[in-house]
Structure formats: structure tokens, C-alpha cells
Design a protein. Structure first.
Ligand code: NAP
Ligand code: GLV
Ligand code: GLV
Length: 325
């Protein structure tokens, strides 16, 4: 019987399904599994059902001689050493598509909240400071009709673009390659990153975190943006240099930021970004609707099932494990 290690209780009823696939060991506590615990339990594991908070690196793989399948309940795989998994012949399952629209919703929520100063308004009311209607109170930047820059026009980036069309926005995008079908279907225009940053009224980051994209948004990038601009990061905290973002928001280099993700995560309660009124921060809620989290949990279970049986996974992050395409 295969031994399956589950690093966090997933939402819904998926544990029952996993129990039907093998001998389950589940980390039951309501926090990420400590590294030592995972290193110990992985020693006898055939399959791993993990979260984005678990580092699946060379050390962990070396401690897992029997491991045949890894399945993460996330689309992002920056926590996983894909090359080492591929070298071991281990397919890595992830959860694209099922969370695309839900994550695009949170990116748009952050864009509206940061640009229109929604959280500052809520705080104003809660503090009992709402006086007579004030023609100059908390003036922000328009979202409708403005220019949006999307960095990373993948599944979620395109879903953000579809929302932006409904807001009458002009849309620029940047990626490593031009996407001619998206240019035609969504009316988006390619821009090199410096041009996108300079021309956009609002910028949304939706690229994966890789060595190339780490601190893609640094002081030099922020300096190119408009002083009225909003930066939204609904991808990974490591895309943005947090010290540079703090300085830019404090000094008015840009107007506001909306972050679903930070570096590090969780953000320290003492982090200076938390003291800025023009920085809206959510605790990594991009895919956090009930229906979407259950769909992610199910897809991750299906990926693990297929991996343990030696079948091709329906969503594999390292297709090269199956040989050249
Ligand atoms: P995707 O479909 O793979 O899209 C990623 C896009 O980024 C692709 O269009 C890719 O295009 C582009 N890209 C990759 N490397 C790049 C680089 N160095 N410079 C510029 N563009 C680059 O992925 P997705 O499903 O949309 O997800 C995107 C990311 O969102 C995930 O990796 C994850 O980190 C994050 N995410 C966060 C949440 C959340 O809860 N906040 C939820 C889901 C996902 P090219 O290859 O053509 O460059
Ligand atoms: C969430 O951040 C994911 O990558 O699925
Ligand atoms: C605002 O509430 C207005 O009526 O303009």
C-alpha cells in the first residue's frame, strides 16, 4: 500500500478520497508543517500532497528515496525544485485554471481598493471621523478608462485583461514572448517592461516567481512609474523589493499599492509597509473562495492518484518528466 504524506488538512472532503489511495499520514495542526517533521515523514512516503508553504528542495528529495509523485495544492511552483524532481522521474502536479478567475477577482479587488482608497475610507468611518460630505476627501485615481499594464499575460493575466475590458481600459502587457492571439482576442498591446511601467496608470503583476523575476520591481522600476500609479501584486511577494516599495509609497514615487502576497510571508507585524495608509495588504487570499479551494484540493488529489499509478497527470508542472514533447 502506498504511503501518502499530506502536509495540511485540505478543504472539503478530499481527505476521504486520498484515504482511498493509500496509507495516509496527515499533518493535523492548523499551521504549516515544521521542516523537521516533514523531513522525518517523507522518508517512507510514496506520494506527497503539499502546500505552497512547503519547500520541496534537493534536501527533501534526498530524504525521500521512495517518492514517486508530488502534488501541490497551488498553481505556483516556486517552492518546488522542479529540475531535481524531473531528474528523479517524479511528476509534479499543480492546480492551474481552476483558480484563474477567482485570483483575477482578487487582483481587481486590490486594484479598485488601492486606487480608490477603499480601505482608507473604511478606516476613516470606523474611526468616527466621517464629517459632512467633503469635496476633497480621499481623492484617488480612476480605474475605468485608464491604462492598465499587465506583467505576465498568462492564464490569470488574461482573466485580469477581460475584467479590464469591462472597465473600458486600454491594456498593455509584458511577457517574454508576444501573444498574438491575445492581442487579437483581448485587444491588448505588447510593451517592453520600462515602457509599460512608464505608460500604465495601474500595473498588475501576474508572472511566476523565478530567478529572473525576483525583485523585478525594484527602485529603478518604481521610478519609471507615474506618481499617480497603483501597483498590484497578486502573484508572489518576491517579485517586488519591499524596501524599494516602502520608499516609493512613502515618497510619492507611486500613489498606492495592493498586495495579496509579500516577501517574506507572513509579513512581520512590525513591517513598515503596514504603517502606510496607501498600501493595502491581504494575507494571500487570491484563490480563497470556498468553491475554488475545493476544486484545487480535488485537482491536487487527482494529480496524486495519477502520479502514484504511473498515469500522466492532468496538470503537470514539469512535463519534461515524460520526455521531449
Ligand atoms: P501562467 O499561465 O503560467 O502565466 C504566467 C505568465 O508569465 C505567462 O504568460 C508567461 O509568459 C509570463 N512569464 C513567465 N516568466 C516571465 C518573465 N521572466 N518575464 C515576463 N513574463 C514572464 O500562470 P498563471 O496561472 O497565470 O499564474 C501566474 C502566477 O500567479 C503563479 O505562478 C503564481 O505565482 C501566482 N498566483 C498567485 C495566487 C494568489 O493566491 N495570489 C493564485 C494563483 C496564482 P511567457 O512565458 O510568454 O513570458
Ligand atoms: C497560490 O498562490 C497559487 O500559486 O496557487
Ligand atoms: C455624490 O454622492 C453625488 O451625488 O455627486
Amino acid at each position: 500500500m502506498d504511503r501518502i504524506v499530506v502536509t495540511r488538512v485540505p478543504p472539503g472532503t478530499v481527505l476521504d478520497r486520498l484515504a482511498g489511495m493509500g496509507d495516509l499520514w496527515v499533518w493535523q495542526e492548523d499551521r504549516a508543517i515544521p521542516r523537521e517533521e516533514l523531513l522525518r515523514e517523507i522518508a517512507a512516503a510514496d506520494g506527497l500532497y503539499c502546500m505552497l508553504t512547503d519547500a520541496i528542495d534537493a534536501e527533501l528529495l534526498a530524504a525521500a528515496p521512495l517518492l514517486r509523485a508530488v502534488s501541490t495544492m497551488a498553481v505556483g511552483v516556486d517552492n518546488i525544485d522542479l529540475a531535481s524532481c524531473t531528474a528523479r522521474g517524479i511528476p509534479v502536479g499543480h492546480t492551474p485554471d481552476v483558480l484563474t478567475e477567482t485570483t483575477a477577482d482578487i487582483a481587481f479587488a486590490l486594484l479598485l481598493a488601492a486606487a480608490r482608497r477603499v480601505v482608507e475610507g473604511v478606516d476613516h468611518v470606523r474611526a468616527g471621523r466621517w464629517g459632512p460630505w467633503d469635496p476633497a476627501l480621499l481623492l484617488g485615481a480612476d480605474v475605468h478608462g485608464s491604462t492598465l499594464g499587465i506583467v505576465g499575460l498568462g492564464r490569470i493575466g488574461k482573466a485580469v485583461a477581460r475584467r479590464a475590458r469591462g472597465f473600458g481600459m486600454k491594456i498593455l502587457y509584458h511577457g517574454r514572448t508576444r501573444n498574438l492571439s491575445a492581442e487579437r482576442d483581448l485587444g491588448v498591446s505588447f510593451a517592453f517592461l520600462p515602457d509599460l511601467l512608464a505608460e500604465a496608470d495601474h500595473v498588475v503583476l501576474q508572472v511566476p516567481l523565478t530567478p529572473e523575476t525576483h525583485h523585478l520591481i525594484n527602485a529603478a522600476a518604481l521610478a519609471l512609474m507615474k506618481p499617480t500609479a497603483t501597483l498590484v501584486n497578486a502573484a508572489r511577494g518576491g517579485l517586488v523589493d519591499p524596501a524599494a516599495l516602502y520608499a516609493a509609497l512613502r515618497d510619492g514615487t507611486i500613489a498606492a499599492a495592493g498586495l495579496d502576497v509579500t516577501e517574506p510571508e507572513p509579513i512581520s507585524p512590525d513591517d513598515p509597509l503596514l504603517g502606510l495608509p496607501n498600501c493595502v495588504i491581504l494575507p494571500h487570499l487570491g484563490s480563497a473562495s470556498r468553491r475554488t479551494r475545493e476544486a484545487m484540493a480535488e485537482l491536487a488529489a487527482e494529480n496524486l492518484r495519477a502520479g502514484l499509478r504511473g498515469e500522466r497527470l492532468s496538470a503537470v508542472a514539469n512535463p519534461e518528466v515524460y520526455g521531449a514533447p
